[in-house]
Design a protein around this ligand. Sequence first.
Ligand code: URA
Length: 235
Amino acid sequence: MTPRRGTRVALLADLREAASSCRECPLGARATQTVWGEGPVNSPLMLVGEQPGDREDLAGRPFVGPAGTLLDRALERLGWTRERLYVTNAVKHFKYELRGKRRMHKSPGQLELLACHHWLEGEIEAVRPQAAVALGSTAARALMGRPVKVLSERGRWLVREDGLRVLVTLHPSALLRGDPASRERDFEAWLADLEQATAAASSAEASPAPTKAAARSRSRSGPDGARSPKPPPGT
Ligand code: URA
């Protein structure tokens, strides 16, 4: 039976609530808040970033800073809006070091990535996207469960054991930090990567036939389509 949307909405809400007080690694105690994913529960496409930055930490929403602005620009060119996507991060808390009063981004380590992993998998369970995009190496590692060389794998589809297809590409921050002389060319190449993912998601959305993702969710679901998430920490 097709999983009921309401069940998935409830699952996502429960996970979000549980993650709001997560202390499974030290990052939660230093961050302003947990930055959970955003988007419709039946979104055909999930975009996964690394971790919230300073702006996201304060706003409590993913990709609202400069990287998010670039992402929005790309989506607009592709005729997509954020509202159709589920956007999240591999790590749900901002990791930083203080330099004076400034909070400088620090990449999450393997332990933080592992501690956060079940939250991302919970989001995938609830949203059941047709495809995912890994924005950068941290996201690719979290989604694939192994290190991924983004520069050599970018623009390629990888397939997870559960059948979810993952397109690997650069993180928007890499483009922002890149050589200004090639910025527009780099942006166009990034757009070409993302277009593969939006095209795949659009055609899956338009196709009435059972999709691989639907088959995957059926094979992993109980009779009513509900799957039990990992219990919240401390329960
Ligand atoms: N970078 C990310 O990886 N995620 C965000 O939410 C913002 C910036």
